[in-house]
Design a protein around this ligand. Structure first.
Ligand code: COA
Length: 166
């Protein structure tokens, strides 16, 4: 876990955005497994919070429950959004976007100038979320996802200084 991340943030709606800790892992893994056709191996999340010094990993608590999770990798002045998911029971309430904005602002405060990610071309909800934050499509990886050979769209946010949303 990195000690130089900003403090957690509780907003007026009672959402608490904070760093991911070991006690969250069962919930984080459950969210990952229910959200993706190719979930990460469970041990990967343990590695992210205990060993990977580039990792910036977050959760959102809603009424005391872990409702969403996000793992980013910070490499020099770039942030790679590695995985993000909101539990299905909590989707469509602004949680995923608030969490991502919080993480992008935290990364900006650490000197990051650019963020990038891959997203399935069929994932219209995620594409809309990223576009609404200023991410632009700037590439494609052919047949990137091995379960159905779907292409990945590459998206980049080139100006973290101007990150919008809340
Ligand atoms: C993508 C995901 C994380 C969004 O989380 P969420 O908490 O439901 O998202 P929010 O409620 O904060 O909405 C964020 C944006 O997504 C878009 N969005 C949300 N629900 C939508 C819907 N039903 N239809 C279209 N767009 C939608 C909107 O752009 C919205 O922003 P806006 O409300 O300002 O217009 C969530 O759908 C999820 O976990 N999906 C499965 C995992 C996944 O696909 N992760 C992304 C991998 S690249």
């Amino acid at each position: 876990m990195n000690s130089n991340q900003p403090p957690s943030q509780q907003d007026s709606s009672g959402l608490l955005i904070r760093k991911m800790i070991e006690a969250d892992l069962d919930h984080v893994i459950a969210i990952d497994q229910i959200s993706f056709s190719l979930p990460w191996p469970a041990r990967s999340f343990h590695y992210e919070i205990k060993e990977n010094f580039t990792s910036r990993s977050w959760v959102v608590e809603c009424d005391g429950q872990v409702a969403a999770m996000l793992v980013n990798w910070l490499i020099v002045d770039e942030l790679h959004v590695a995985t993000i998911a909101t539990h299905p029971d909590f989707r469509g309430r602004g949680i995923g976007k608030k969490m991502l904005v919080h993480a992008l602002r935290a990364a900006r405060d650490e000197g990051v100038i650019r963020a990038f990610l891959e997203v399935r071309e069929s994932n219209t909800v995620a594409l809309a979320m990223y576009r609404s934050l200023g991410f632009v499509e700037d590439g494609r990886r052919k047949e990137y996802y091995k379960d159905n050979n779907e292409d990945a769209i590459l998206m980049t946010l080139n100006d973290l200084a101007g990150i919008e949303g809340d």
